[in-house]
Design a protein around this ligand. Structure first.
Ligand SMILES: NC(=O)c1ccc[n+]([C@@H]2O[C@H](COP(=O)([O-])OP(=O)(O)OC[C@H]3O[C@@H](n4cnc5c(N)ncnc54)[C@H](OP(=O)(O)O)[C@@H]3O)[C@@H](O)[C@H]2O)c1
Length: 170
């Protein structure tokens, strides 16, 4: 991450929009509590919650040097505690709830620098993660996310939104 940020810094000197999108959904944690796999959960947490913060850590100076000043964490409805309906899928949901918390803490830290942080649920998409039966083509989700990012610049405005721009409860 550090080397990637150094390279972008040399090539461009700034980043207007940082999007943390990568995540994993390991099938084994899709289990009941008595089958919970701690190693899989740690891997999930590492990629989905720790990874985005590491990227942000190394790219933040470039975001501060840019004029767009936005950091987007691609979250999930699965990270909402108040809207949770599941009785399994611990690891993925816990990792996205942690990503949401990270987004709020980061927003507090960077608000005086004029940086807006968003946590966006992209919808259920037909990707490797979402599967063939999902509702959305990823391009539809991506277009909605671009519009949602453009429309939500106010630092004190909503932070947890879906790809249609609808605000979610944490
Ligand atoms: N699909 C859905 O229905 C859905 C619903 C809610 C939220 N989301 C969220 O939307 C985002 C995109 O999901 P998706 O459906 O596109 O997932 P996906 O089809 O599984 O693709 C995940 C992407 O993340 C990358 N990635 C995974 N681990 C990585 C790592 N350690 N380092 C670098 N890259 C890594 C993968 O790269 P490689 O291909 O190189 O492995 C791949 O490009 C994720 O944050 C996901 O949690 C998806």
């Amino acid at each position: 991450m550090r080397r990637a940020a150094e390279e972008v810094g040399r090539a461009a000197g700034f980043v207007d929009l940082l999007i943390n999108n990568a995540a994993i959904y390991l099938k084994k944690p899709f289990t009941e509590a008595n089958e919970f796999d701690a190693d899989m959960a740690r891997r999930t947490f590492d990629v989905n919650a720790v990874g985005p913060l590491l990227v942000t850590k190394h790219f933040l100076p470039l975001v501060l040097a840019g004029s767009g000043k936005k950091i987007i964490n691609i979250s999930s409805e699965a990270g909402s505690i108040s809207q949770c309906w599941r009785s399994r899928e611990y690891a993925y949901c816990m990792s996205k709830a942690a990503l949401n918390m990270q987004s709020v803490i980061l927003q507090h830290r960077v608000k005086d620098d004029g940086v807006k942080v968003l946590a966006i649920h992209p919808g259920w998409m037909r990707t490797e993660m979402g599967g063939a039966d999902a509702d959305l083509d990823p391009s539809e989700s991506a277009s909605g996310i671009v519009e949602t990012i453009a429309r939500n610049s106010a630092i004190d405005g909503p932070m947890y939104l879906d790809y249609t721009g609808k605000a979610w409860e944490w």
